[in-house]
Design a protein. Structure first.
Ligand SMILES: [Zn+2]
Length: 519
């Protein structure tokens, strides 16, 4: 059977500010999805990058008395340096100022212009300088920009426009005939309701008199292209469109991770641009909600909780990744507060998982001098956790395949809680006192160790470091990929019987809420 492929991307992040929590979430979600697909046997490609043109960049650079080039190099570097700290395994980092990208943008514009879908027209309208866009009268609130609260200025400008309306019926049909194209469902509904209104043509240029920091239109050197043709094209330029091997291999499986504020360009403009250029449409969009950080923007112990570097430095990368995946229902909004983060670390990570791990290994050390008992060599079917483990693997797989990360995590923690109860029920310390119960004790500890192995394998996409730490503690030889394929995890008795396990280091120290460091 041919290996299935999966291409995931994040949006390219606009470099007018430092990376924040929202950037971190989208990128970690795409990373978790990628690692899961790898476990599930897919050949994957994962793309992220930075969006580096436009007048907001020029303004931000001016403010710091730098050239746009110096400024974008500096901010893009912050993103490139952040991802390894968050264990993001992207295959490529694209920058829209790179010549290869610029070449593909020019190619796409030329193609659509040649087909007659780009035209020149003069436009008079209400323009908000803060938003860098024209507004329709009906979009204003009391005559003012809804974002900036200032009245837009009437300006007249000639520009290039992309005719979108003739593709509207095609797009509606495509969405309706491709379930899951826009995921989750509520965003499909939102896009279809946008499409009930006639689509206006999209202004795709700026005169060089107003903006020079952009890609010159290949058919008019007095204009640069503006925003969407420059930004969205990254998804194909990165893969080497039109004929690069990555494009051929991965484009048909492309799914874009985006936050809900950019579904219109991704769910409407982008498929229409592709259609107009005669390029196959991407496979789908994965849309997530916002993190609310209101009321807790500044934290006493770590400063700004929206700064992913500060959170990671303080609590560790796996705890941060776990929290983001556990706390947000993919598609809906969620709250980010340091208190909830700390309580998740203490209850889910230190207590449920960390204690289970050290408890089982300590008992194994005490009762068997660390030797792994053979769970297959015993005759206690009533003690087996194998069926439970296989059910968890199936639930995990179903949830992760549907991008329901919180459910995937919940499935694993359900199993952890099952194991904690199993210890209380079977009381290994009592069995250890009865010489007749020696085999039963072996079965109990053997099953718990196999259960821990299962957990260690399954947490890999969300917590790669902890997964490795646990598997090493269980004396498992890690494959070169760093993970065990999903289909191989469920089989019981994979730990080498007789291997000697030592007392593990604590996986997650409890965070003392009363005595935060520095206070
Ligand atoms: Zn505005």
């Amino acid at each position: 059977m041919e290996t299935p492929t999966q291409f995931f991307s994040t949006p390219i992040y606009y470099v007018n500010a430092k990376p924040h929590l929202g950037h971190a979430y989208t990128t970690i979600a795409a990373d978790v999805a990628t690692r899961f697909k790898q476990m599930d046997g897919y050949d994957t490609y994962f793309l992220t990058g930075t969006d580096e043109h436009g007048d907001k960049i020029v303004q931000a650079a001016d403010k710091e008395q730098q050239s746009p080039r110096e400024y974008v190099d500096k901010i893009s570097r912050l993103f490139q340096d952040l991802w390894p700290k968050l264990n993001i395994g992207n295959n490529q980092f694209i920058r829209t100022t790179h010549p290869d990208h610029i070449r593909v943008v020019e190619m796409l514009l030329t193609r659509i212009h040649d087909r007659g879908d780009i035209y020149f027209s003069s436009y008079e309208g209400l323009y908000c300088f803060g938003c860098e866009r024209f507004y329709q009268e009906r979009e204003l609130v009391d005559g003012k920009c809804p974002d900036h609260g200032v009245a837009p200025s009437a300006i007249k400008e000639s520009n290039y426009f992309f005719k979108m309306s003739q593709y509207q019926d095609w797009l509606i049909d495509h969405i309706k005939t491709h379930p899951g194209f826009i995921h989750p469902k509520q965003y499909e509904t939102e896009i279809l309701s946008f499409l009930k209104e006639p689509l206006e043509d999209l202004c795709i240029s700026r005169p060089k008199s107003r903006l020079t920091w952009g890609i010159t239109l290949p058919f008019d050197e007095n204009f640069v292209t503006y925003v969407w043709f420059d930004a969205l094209t990254n998804y194909i330029s990165a893969l080497g469109y039109p004929d690069g091997p990555l494009f051929t291999k991965f484009w048909p499986s492309a799914r874009h991770f985006v936050a809900k504020d950019i579904i219109k360009p991704h769910g409407i403009y982008w498929p229409i641009m592709l259609k107009a250029a005669g390029i196959d449409i991407y496979n789908g969009l994965n849309v997530h909600g916002f993190w609310n950080v209101s009321g807790s923007k500044m934290s006493k112990s770590i400063g700004n909780v929206t700064d992913p570097v500060a959170v990671t430095d303080r609590y560790g990368v796996d705890a941060f990744r776990y929290f983001l995946m556990r706390e947000m229902v993919f598609g809906l909004d969620a709250n980010f507060t340091e208190d909830v983060l700390v309580s998740r670390i203490n209850s889910d990570l230190a207590n449920d998982l960390g204690n289970l791990f050290s408890r089982v290994l300590s008992m194994n050390l005490k009762y068997f001098k660390g030797r792994v008992p053979d769970p297959n060599g015993t005759d206690f079917a009533d003690l087996s956790l194998e069926t439970d483990a296989q059910m968890v693997i199936q639930h995990f797989k179903d949830a992760m395949t549907a991008y329901e990360f919180h459910k995937g995590v919940e499935a694993i923690w359900g199993f952890i809680s099952r194991m904690n109860k199993y210890i209380d029920t079977h009381e290994p310390w009592r069995l250890a006192k009865e010489p007749d119960e020696r085999l039963r004790l072996e079965a109990v500890i053997g099953n718990l160790l196999e259960g821990l192995r299962t957990v260690a394998c399954l947490i890999y996409p969300v917590m790669p470091e902890t997964s490795t730490k646990m598997l090493r503690g269980l004396c498992m030889v890690l494959p070169e990929t760093g993970f065990f394929p999903l289909e191989k995890i469920g089989k019981w008795g994979q730990m080498s019987a007789g291997a000697c396990l030592e007392k593990p280091d604590s996986l997650f120290p409890r965070v003392d809420v009363l005595k935060k460091p520095g206070h």
